[in-house]
Design a protein around this ligand. Structure first.
Ligand SMILES: NC(=O)C1=CN([C@@H]2O[C@H](COP(=O)(O)OP(=O)(O)OC[C@H]3O[C@@H](n4cnc5c(N)ncnc54)[C@H](OP(=O)(O)O)[C@@H]3O)[C@@H](O)[C@H]2O)C=CC1
Ligand SMILES: O=C(O)C(=O)Cc1c[nH]c2ccccc12
Length: 347
């Protein structure tokens, strides 16, 4: 079974047996594998020329999963046993490639979906890419929340003389040796990139405009995420949040003192309400405490060779890294969501 049989006519119209899945990332692959196991064919349309393009093309060299492997494996086929607790990106990609191979998943690459419309009269989805129209009764959206980088409009940034890159193009601090680097954003990307920069003797200035929950990656040898997921089965959410914060303060100290103020809502409540992920500390915090990573309040303005901050400080800067996160691109191509015939998946 695996990939769908395709019926293509001269007008580049392709009839797909089974669902069309948009996106060959972890969710798309997992969905296709589960359908295959049930004897249902499917077809994955992938914008890029490879699977898991976010992982292959838009992650930095030293990236490791920050959740233990048992929380990141896909259904039906787990990680190889010799993988470490926190697989690196190369291991994760090779796992996804063998996963696709195992289930004979062959995405159609270089197919950027431009428009998906449900024909209510005929009961079909019409999914248009740059060179074909695919038709199926079912559409599965698996393009994730990280399809496009968020590039904020920061006053003066166009006049900056140095380089400006988003974290999705950042590979390693080797390109920033001895530079003063402004890292805008303090999510997991901002923290990990700042740490990587320190390892190459760059001087990161990390902009923190808001509150943030920093938690240790592990508590007493167990992953914080695993502890949180186990406790939430037995205790109310507020109590688990209180426990996590108590232990986090015990292990990390009071993060307020280094300019990382905690939100009023606890880490799990915040994730549930706003989707904001806690930062799992993999070493940046100790670099902040020792002053290697400088925490700056929000940016007011970028100048030709530096930045002015909300608190009135001014700094000379050589490069800027936007660690400002990602967004979904679904609203650009899926105009009407009919929940009964469209399923949204997120890894
Ligand atoms: N090792 C791993 O497994 C890693 C996992 N990840 C995951 O990838 C996902 C994306 O993470 P990430 O790329 O950090 O994105 P996030 O969306 O988590 O963080 C973006 C950060 O940028 C800030 N920001 C956005 N716009 C501006 C602006 N105009 N000025 C100043 N600050 C701004 C946000 O602040 P505010 O809160 O105010 O909006 C926030 O601090 C997360 O789920 C994360 O956990 C990321 C890196 C490593
Ligand atoms: O890494 C992610 O994307 C997460 O969502 C991690 C996460 C969500 N909720 C938590 C609670 C405690 C520790 C980690 C997490």
């Amino acid at each position: 079974m695996g990939s769908s049989k395709l019926h293509q006519n001269d007008a580049n119209c392709v009839w797909v047996d089974g669902p069309i899945i948009v996106g060959a990332g972890p969710s798309g692959l997992a969905t296709s594998a589960c359908l295959t196991q049930q004897g249902v064919p499917s077809l994955i349309l992938e914008k890029s020329d490879c699977l898991a393009s976010l992982w292959q093309l838009r992650t930095y060299d030293r990236l490791k999963l920050h959740l233990p492997k048992q929380f990141c494996e896909l259904p039906l086929l787990g990680f190889p046993h010799n993988f470490p607790k926190y697989p690196n990106k190369h291991q994760f990609i090779s796992y996804l490639e063998s996963y696709a191979g195992h289930f004979s998943i062959q995405p159609r690459f270089n197919q950027a979906v431009q428009n998906a419309d449900y024909d209510h009269i005929l009961g079909f989805w019409r999914v248009k890419t740059q060179d074909s129209e695919y038709i199926s009764r079912w559409l599965i959206v698996a393009t994730g929340e990280h399809a496009e980088p968020v590039i904020p409009d920061i006053p003066g940034i166009n006049k900056f003389n140095g380089s400006v890159v988003h974290t999705s193009s950042y590979k390693s601090g080797s390109e920033f040796k001895n530079q003063r680097v402004l890292v805008i954003g303090c999510g997991n990307s901002g923290m990990e990139v700042s740490l990587d920069l320190c390892r190459y003797n760059a001087i990161p200035h990390m902009v923190v405009r808001n509150t943030v929950h920093v938690l240790p990656r592990e508590m007493f040898g167990f992953s914080t995420f695993g502890i949180a997921m186990a406790l939430i089965k037995w205790f109310p959410l507020w109590l688990v949040d209180k426990f996590l914060l108590l232990v986090a303060n015990f292990i990390l100290g009071n993060t307020d003192q280094v300019g990382l103020r905690r939100p009023k809502a606890g880490p799990i409540e915040l994730k549930n309400v706003t989707g904001k992920t806690p930062v799992l500390d993999v070493g940046a915090l100790s670099q902040i405490k020792s002053g290697e990573i400088k925490v700056m309040e929000g940016v007011k303005e970028i100048t030709g060779n530096g930045a002015k901050f909300m608190d009135g400080q001014e700094k000379e800067i050589d490069s800027i890294i936007l660690a400002t996160g990602y967004k979904s691109n679904v609203p650009t191509w899926l105009k009407v969501i009919t929940m009964s015939c469209c399923i949204l998946f997120s890894f």
